[in-house]
Design a binder for this molecule. Structure first.
Ligand SMILES: Nc1ncnc2c1ncn2[C@@H]1O[C@H](COP(=O)(O)OP(=O)(O)OP(=O)(O)O)[C@@H](O)[C@H]1O
Ligand code: NI
Length: 336
């Protein structure tokens, strides 16, 4: 088990299940996802494209499109010991809570910023929606833009297209901090940035966290991003969490064959091992294989993995793993 953090929880998600429906098919994009984030901590959701990471984020933020339904589960933000269940609040109240308690830096900051508005206007609009006065908002924006290492005055009057990708990402992060939320959801925070810019943005996120105690839920397919920022890592496969543990455990010594495969398919600066991609493809979410969803791609799969339901997330070697083979090995007292 993961040692419970001494810090209070700021986000508590339990049993989240989300479906997309259209005339032709039903896609269960997230199944039974539980996670919690403590103050000042970072949890990373990792997994290939289509594993359900963005859907989980949008459900947590109450921003799912109309074609999606939350079938079950709860999402609570817990500012100062209060518990606000986001899935049960009226839309208007939810909009107020967004930014104030939970904010979002969406994937691709260019699409999150309105191209015909100067950056300053973005801050003012967010402030207006939450009854933060114009002056106070501008003063706070100046501080935040400086805190993310931008030139506040120049940025304030710029249009999004005048800024580089890294700068826009910094603006999106500053904007997310405007109402001092307890937690920020970061969807692929460094995708499409060059390596040096990626590192600089991640360093800035860590600085902000150290300075303010903000928590992050970071969504990434990039294990090096998870390694750089996360305290805890959750691997998702076909909509389910399949491994959960501290970042050191999961990224240095993965137990689930899928996490191990992800790690082998990632080039690493500290390893000379050849990069080896996971064979095959993720399954179609509207037509999952029986048993463990990963079994068609898994070198360890046996009969049990191919039939019945998906394996449960069980404690194994100080973390939790959803894999029959790992559970057997741990039960037999084999090497972790
Ligand atoms: N608006 C939508 N309508 C129908 N299906 C959707 C919609 N958005 C996502 N999906 C489906 O839900 C599944 C999970 O997608 P999601 O975007 O949550 O994954 P992801 O892990 O964030 O992937 P990526 O790394 O590509 O962003 C996919 O099969 C996707 O096709
Ligand atoms: Ni995504």
């Amino acid at each position: 088990m993961i040692a419970p953090s001494a810090e209070p929880l700021v986000l508590d998600v339990s049993g989240l299940t989300v479906e997309y429906r259209d005339a032709v098919r039903t896609v269960r994009a997230v199944t039974g996802l539980s996670l919690s984030v403590a103050r000042g901590r970072t949890v990373a959701l990792i997994g290939e494209s289509g594993s359900g990471k963005t859907t989980a984020a949008l459900a947590i933020l109450g921003m799912l499109p109309g074609s999606a339904t939350v079938l079950s589960g709860s999402v609570a933000v817990t500012p100062a010991g209060r518990r606000l269940d986001l899935l049960r609040l009226p839309r208007r109240e939810l909009r107020a809570l967004r930014w104030q308690h939970i904010a979002y830096v969406p994937q691709g900051s260019i699409s999150s910023l309105n191209p015909i508005q100067r950056i300053g206007r973005h801050f003012q609009q967010t402030a207006e929606a939450h009854a933060l006065g114009r002056r106070a908002a501008e003063a706070r924006a100046m501080e935040l833009l400086a805190a993310v290492h931008l030139e506040p005055r120049r940025i304030w009057t710029s249009y999004p297209h005048e800024l580089s990708g890294g700068t826009r990402q910094r603006v999106a992060i500053a904007l997310a901090m405007l109402l001092e939320p307890e937690v920020i959801v970061l969807d692929e925070p460094t995708t499409a940035l060059d390596v040096l810019t990626q590192e600089a943005v991640l360093t800035t996120l860590l600085e902000l966290q150290a300075a303010t105690g903000v928590s992050y839920l970071a969504i990434t397919h990039d294990l090096s991003v998870a390694g750089a920022v996360a305290d805890e890592v959750i691997t998702m496969y076909a909509g389910r969490a399949v491994e959960r543990g501290t970042a050191e455990q999961v990224l240095a010594d993965p137990l689930h064959p899928y996490t191990a495969g992800l790690l082998r398919s990632t080039p690493s600066v500290d390893s000379d091992l050849p990069v080896q991609s996971i064979g095959g493809h993720p399954p179609s979410l509207s037509d999952l294989p029986p048993g463990c969803s990963f079994h068609p791609r898994c070198g360890l799969a046996d009969e049990r993995c191919r039939s019945g339901g998906p394996p449960a997330l069980l404690p194994a070697d100080s973390r939790t793993v959803a894999c029959h083979r790992v559970s057997e090995r741990v039960a037999a007292g084999g090497p972790g």
